[in-house]
Write a protein that binds this ligand. Sequence first.
Ligand code: MF3
Ligand code: CO
Ligand code: CO
Length: 347
Amino acid sequence: MTIRNPRLRCPPRSGVGSLGTMLQSAVPPAVLPQANEACWCGSGRKYKRCHKPLEGKVLPGVISPTLTVPEHIERPPYADTGIVQRWAEDRVKSPEVIERMRHAGAVAAEILRLAGDLCQPGVTTDEIDKAVHQMYIDRGAYPSTLNYHGYRKSLCTSVNEVICHGIPDSRPLQDGDIVNLDVTAYIGGVHGDSNATFFVGDVDPASRDLVRVTEECMWHGIEAVVPGRPFSDIGRAIEAHAKKHRYGVVKAFVGHGIGQQFHTDLQILHYYDPRSSALMRPGMTFTIEPMITLGSPQHRTWDDGWTAVTTDGKRTAQFEHTVLVTDDGVEVLTAPGAVSPSAPWHR
Ligand code: MF3
Ligand code: CO
Ligand code: CO
């Protein structure tokens, strides 16, 4: 969820208009030019001044037509318009809402785990979206992201330097990629939101470390959930662990209150800010979803208005759970069946 900073838009890399876009999405040849030679795209510029910086980077693919959800599945209020109207929702949920959130959380967790198994070289993120879309339907759930502020797909797929909100498209996953799948299920009138970063084939050690530490960051955040303690404890725990490993913490996207609404006004920062002095109370539900970077945590957004990438092109990872503050600690609503190799109960 973007909240704190307005969406930062970058000007297009080369000129404006369809020619620039067309040239950028053209397929590079098998043998690439030397840095000082003319770029293969025909722009007349040196390769190093044109397409070289994009070498090995994720490029936008083709986005397929939007899928539909059968009528018998309950839809959130924005499903038909794409317009999200917020209302004041109690931060402390009733036992009855909590029970429904346990179910929505379990559904999201199961779909995320099954989706993770699809992350193989050659599989497109669009194919993952299609399979996941059917998984929601099979479980009687609506894919919360579908038409949320106009978003067109049933999950987010964020590869390598994509921080979050990557849109499934025609790009096949490549051996060595890391891909975050973010699954949110709406069922029983409530949302369950969870994500994890998966390895595609053989992944280099630096990326593996990043993914492991990012999951640890999330669990440190979750373990800081204690009734009576301020929300700032969560960000402090996450940031301390990331810093220990000399990684960056993305500040522009935050965790959020969740329940009958996908995102409520409650913000969960993944870094320390003493102003997050409100206290956690039993019955509150929110997500913890740190995005951790190998390099700079600054982002820019693609022209699609969604895809957030690191400005330096270095890799980034994310994990997310929906949690409930209990009388004596925390319950992870999206944990049943979840992918969590570094969860506290495995340590
Ligand atoms: N699931 C994301 C989150 O963790 C939000 C995705 S919103 C979308 O908050 F519109 F990009 F799908
Ligand atoms: Co979330
Ligand atoms: Co999410």
